[in-house]
Design a protein around this ligand. Structure first.
Ligand SMILES: Cc1cc2nc3c(=O)[nH]c(=O)nc-3n(C[C@H](O)[C@H](O)[C@H](O)COP(=O)(O)OP(=O)(O)OC[C@H]3O[C@@H](n4cnc5c(N)ncnc54)[C@H](O)[C@@H]3O)c2cc1C
Length: 264
C-alpha cells in the first residue's frame, strides 16, 4: 500500500464534490476489487471516497414493472431478497452464485458493474434482462454500458446510483463457474420479454455481449434444439489456463440450452 486520502461522505453531493476536488480519486464500495488492486499497485488513487455512508444507495424496490437495486446492495442482500425472488428469480440465483459467503457479504452490484470484469456475473444479467444503469447524471441502457474489457461508458467521476431491471415474462441464469473463484468461465442469462428473447453472455469474451443469433433462433421457436446449429467464433473468445477459446465457445451454447430448458 501507499499513502492516500480516505473520505467517507454521507451524501451523494459531498461524494461528488470530494471527487471533483481530488487529483485522482476513486469511489470505494465493497472493496473486493479496488483494495487488492491498490495493494498490488495496479491502482494508485490520490483519494479514496468510501460510499458506504450514503444510505440512499442501498435501497431495493420492487413494483409491477421493475426491480430497482441500489448500487451499494451486496450480492447477499440481492440473493436473499424475497421480493426480487418473486419478480426475477434468475437474479437471486445469479447473486447467490457469486464467489463465496465473504465475497457476497461485501461485493456490491454497483462495484461489479463499474469494474466490468470479463468474468463477472452481473453484466450477463444487465444485458440479458435489458436493464438500465441509473447514474447521478443520466440513465444508460445496458446495450450502451459495457464498452470493453474493464471499461464502461461511465464518465470520470460519474457514480452509479442504482440498476433498474424490467420484469421479464420468464428468465434463467446458468453458469459454468471457475471451481476456485466461482467467477463465470461462461455465464448465460436468457429472458423472454414482450419484445422478444434476450441472451446475455459473460465470461466467454473480453466483454459481456448479447448473442443475437441465439435470440433470433429462440424467437422462432423457444426450445433448446433451436440452438443446435449455432456455433460462436472461438476467435472472439477468451483463452486462459482455465478454458480454451474453443471450449468457451462450446460452453456458451451448452449453458444457453440449459437456461432455455429451465424456462421452458
Ligand atoms: C475471491 C473473489 C471471488 C469473486 N467471485 C466472483 C464471482 O464469482 N462472480 C462475480 O461476478 N464477481 C466475483 N467477485 C467480484 C466481487 O463480487 C465484486 O463484485 C467486485 O469485486 C467489485 O465490487 P465491489 O463492491 O467490491 O467494488 P470495489 O472493489 O469497491 O470497487 C470496484 C470498482 O468499481 C468502482 N465503483 C464502485 N462502486 C461504484 C459506484 N457506485 N459508481 C461508480 N463506480 C463505482 C470503484 O471505484 C472501483 O474502480 C469475486 C471477488 C473475489 C475477491
Amino acid at each position: 500500500m501507499y499513502t492516500f486520502n480516505y473520505h467517507r461522505p454521507d451524501s451523494l453531493a459531498s461524494a461528488k464534490a470530494l471527487h471533483g476536488d481530488a487529483e485522482d480519486a476513486l469511489y470505494l464500495a465493497g472493496r473486493h476489487t479496488l483494495l487488492p488492486s491498490m495493494k498490488q499497485r495496479l491502482r494508485q488513487p490520490s483519494d479514496v471516497i468510501d460510499l458506504s455512508g450514503i444510505a440512499e444507495l442501498r435501497a431495493i424496490t420492487v413494483d409491477k414493472q421493475a426491480v430497482t437495486i441500489g448500487a451499494l446492495a451486496t450480492h447477499d442482500e440481492v440473493a436473499r431478497n424475497a421480493q426480487i425472488r418473486g419478480a426475477i428469480s434468475a437474479l437471486t440465483v445469479l447473486a447467490g452464485g457469486i464467489g463465496d459467503a465473504q465475497v457476497r457479504n461485501r461485493g456490491t452490484i454497483g462495484g461489479s458493474l463499474a469494474n466490468n470484469d470479463p468474468a463477472a456475473d452481473y453484466p450477463a444479467a444487465v444485458l440479458g434482462l435489458g436493464a438500465t444503469i441509473l447514474t447521478d447524471e443520466r440513465e444508460i441502457a445496458a446495450d450502451d454500458f459495457f464498452t470493453g474489457m474493464f471499461e464502461t461508458d461511465l464518465g470520470d467521476n460519474e457514480l452509479i446510483k442504482a440498476v433498474r431491471f424490467p420484469i421479464p415474462q420468464a428468465a434463467a441464469y446458468v453458469k459454468f463457474p471457475n471451481p476456485a473463484s466461482r467467477y463465470a468461465t461462461v455465464g448465460v442469462m436468457i429472458a423472454r420479454t414482450a419484445s422478444g428473447t434476450r441472451v446475455g453472455i459473460t465470461g466467454a469474451a473480453p466483454c459481456a455481449f448479447r448473442a443475437r443469433e441465439m435470440e433470433s433462433a429462440l424467437d422462432g421457436n423457444f426450445a433448446p434444439s433451436s440452438l443446435d446449429g449455432i456455433s460462436l467464433d472461438p476467435d472472439d473468445m477468451n483463452a486462459d489456463l482455465h478454458a480454451s477459446a474453443e471450449y468457451r465457445a462450446h460452453l456458451c451454447v451448452v449453458m444457453a440450452k440449459r437456461a432455455v430448458s429451465q424456462i421452458a
